[in-house]
Design a protein around this ligand. Structure first.
Ligand SMILES: NC(=O)c1ccc[n+]([C@@H]2O[C@H](COP(=O)([O-])OP(=O)(O)OC[C@H]3O[C@@H](n4cnc5c(N)ncnc54)[C@H](OP(=O)(O)O)[C@@H]3O)[C@@H](O)[C@H]2O)c1
Length: 247
């Protein structure tokens, strides 16, 4: 085991697209001087996403990770245990986005299951599996990328917006907020801070600026804030741009 890696090590899930928030989070963390483990469902997609960051001289390393697959998670944990022996920052960014028109009355429960598997059980599985490595960090930070869509408090898009559309996604993020509170309560006093963060409506797909979405770098910065918290920082909350978001 090589537990002496000099720079902080961060792992980001769900970085299959260069247009996504996870990619910008990887860039911002690496620009802070971290070693960034960029993960996507398979090695080819992770390597393709990582290449421009590596070309820019950043310390970024691609790895395969499907957050819904126990074997995939365990294989990566074994590699990281051998190679690094610790993890300082975990960003649970991966998520499945359900059909926008889906409502509670019309939802196909198999599709709901798929959403919950990726958005709730995925971060749960990955956090459980990586916790032994995070416990080896002097300043462990875990960030669950959530959404105001899973809150009652978001002024722009919340659980009841649009007559309850995008039902399973909103419910999965509300559950992720609850999971964050549970983990944080259990880990209180360990030095590990764990929070949920909403990146805000972020332009990760064409046309989103037209509905008021902000640049990807801004959404990513909201997430990175929670990865860089000082030891006296909060744990167990939902935040956007460093401010608490009621849920
Ligand atoms: N964009 C917004 O306005 C907004 C607002 C609030 C919250 N968020 C949250 O921000 C995060 C990033 O979203 P984004 O907008 O950047 O969308 P995105 O590019 O679609 O990011 C989600 C990524 O998760 C990956 N993923 C899905 N299932 C996975 C699995 N089982 N294992 C590994 N990776 C998996 C997807 O991979 P594939 O490409 O292979 O499917 C995709 O690359 C998500 O948690 C999302 O809910 C976004």
């Amino acid at each position: 085991m090589t537990g002496q890696h000099a720079t902080p090590i961060a792992l980001v899930t769900g970085v299959g697209r260069r247009e996504g928030i996870g990619f910008a989070v990887c860039r911002q963390l690496a620009e802070q001087g971290m070693t960034v483990l960029l993960t996507a469902r398979d090695q080819a997609r992770a390597a393709e996403a990582a290449q421009p960051l590596i070309d820019a001289g950043l310390d970024v390393h691609p790895y395969p990770l499907d957050v819904t697959d126990d074997t995939s998670v365990q294989q990566l944990v074994a590699i990281l245990t051998e190679r690094y022996g610790r993890l300082d920052v975990l960003i649970n960014n991966a998520a499945a986005v359900a059909d926008w028109r889906e409502t509670a009355t019309t939802a196909d429960l198999q599709a709901v299951r798929t959403t919950l598997e990726a958005n709730l059980l995925g971060p749960w599985r990955v956090t459980q599996a990586l916790l032994p490595l995070i416990r080896n960090s002097p300043h462990g930070r875990i960030v669950n990328v959530s959404s105001g869509a899973g809150s009652h408090g978001d002024p722009q898009f919340r659980l009841t917006t649009g007559g309850g559309v995008v039902a399973s996604y909103g419910i999965s993020k509300a559950a992720l907020n609850a999971l964050t509170a549970k983990f944080a309560a259990e880990l209180a006093g360990t030095g590990i801070l764990l929070n949920a963060v909403c990146p805000g409506l972020t332009a990760t797909a064409p046309g989103m600026e037209a509905i008021g979405a902000r640049p990807v770098a801004a959404g990513a910065a909201s997430v990175v804030w929670a990865a860089l918290l000082p030891d006296a920082g909060p744990s167990g909350g939902l935040f956007r741009d460093g401010q608490p978001l009621p849920w």
